[in-house]
Design a protein around this ligand. Sequence first.
Ligand SMILES: [Zn+2]
Length: 274
Amino acid sequence: MLQDKIKQLFHQQLDDWPLAKKGYQALQEVRVKTFDMGVCVFKVQYNPARAVSSLAKLDEASIRTRACFLCAQNRPIEQSSIDFKGKYDILVNPFPICDMHFTIASKIHVPQLIKGRIQDMLDLAEAMPEFIILYNGPKAGASAPDHFHFQAGNVDFFQQPVDCLKQDLVEKYVFRSTNKLVVESNFHDLYLQLQADEQEPMMNLFCQYKPDGWVLTVYPRKLHRPKQYFAEGIEKLMVSPGAIDMTGILIVAREEDFEKISKADIEDIFNQVS
Ligand SMILES: [Zn+2]
């Protein structure tokens, strides 16, 4: 089964790739604060290794001039992969948030756009049911908007089911079916409904294969980085929400932000981005 091969890859990479080993060791030491937000709980995870993503420059010029870290020729020599459908390479993410965190990169360097890829997302979810597949839109948290990729994280990392509708701080749509085509068609309808002038509606997606079928959760986004990200001095909070943050696990890469972030900040941030 593909899932067993993927887990094997994970353990192998921790043995023979020092950067990955270090990344997952550091994850053991992350600090967590919990905020009771009424109907749901929000966690804030202080994860310094994520600075690479939270602080990433995402403007077009910066993206154009850096070597793409998802292209096979630029990957670290130790990084191994597993093929999926002849279209994707499944890779261990050396800067994890989840206990087992993978990047599923397109074999070719094409922009991060979900159109025509929902089938692949559903197939991935089915092939690895202990994991949840996620997608960050090009302007909604993707750190490589120029190279198509999904991610996968172990399901038990998520503190509350991603498809739980009780989380009223964020807007989300949940589609469930035993029929892949139904999920795909539901998504397509929503996509058209949300479509603005942008290349694609800003959103984060999660897909999971459960005993009773597929579940696709869509978080529409208004904004990627809240105003606190760009503020100076005491107002500044370096938070850059991607898909995982939307589920109630806010990642901060700077200790000072972890110390000072409040419940009111969290409410304000999600009011801006969701
Ligand atoms: Zn690339």
